[in-house]
Design a protein around this ligand. Sequence first.
Ligand code: 13P
Length: 252
Amino acid sequence: MSQRRRIAAGNWKMNGSTAALAEFDALAARHPDPRVDILICPPATLLSPATRRMDGHNILIGGQDCHCAPSGAHTGDISAPMIADTGATAVILGHSERREDHGETSEQVRDKARAAHVAGLTALICMGESEDQRDADNTLDIIGGQMAASIPDDCNAENTVIAYEPIWAIGTGHVPTLGQITEVHDFIRARLIRRFGETAGNAIAILYGGSVKPSNASDIFTVANVDGALVGGASLKADDFSPIISALEGSF
Ligand code: 13P
């Protein structure tokens, strides 16, 4: 059995206001002593109330993006030290929605990951291919390129988590086959080992994301190099997210 971290991560995207904090309470009540890391990444407006609310509970809080600079004239942005200052311990970086909506490049993602590490945050670095890229049989080339350019050299199992999120699976209900997930996760693992060495490369957790639901989570968690999930829509309600967490707990 692998000693890697197992992580059930929820990406709330641009959803949730103060009333949604009740979902944190419900999750904390249902998972008082989780066997996996539970991480919720609410919008920036909820980071401070969420960390205050979860003080004393085993639920980690993370941001959804950060700037690569610690401070400065960048209207509307927030920095990694600011996220850490809220009590959050992680940040999602390079999500395909950031890459698409804001034109983020892999090099920018790498710089943000470095900034996150300096601030003491775990960087959850996302990558994934589009439907066209998969249809053209370019998936592994795309993932390899994103890995090479998005992942900084200072990565280790404590400060970095990789999330494979095929763009065509996000919010669509279309989930890759277990064979497709296996192929990409094995490829990511091999590349991590090649770059960071056997021990560190084997220790970094790799999450799958894209239409993970209570109904498919157990199957996805049977894949050897899937160490958890990055969940969008189904993380918004404790009733949906809780069974996914339980599926992960039951998978090892
Ligand atoms: P869905 O789970 O809604 O498909 O979103 C996945 C995702 O983008 C998580 O970051």
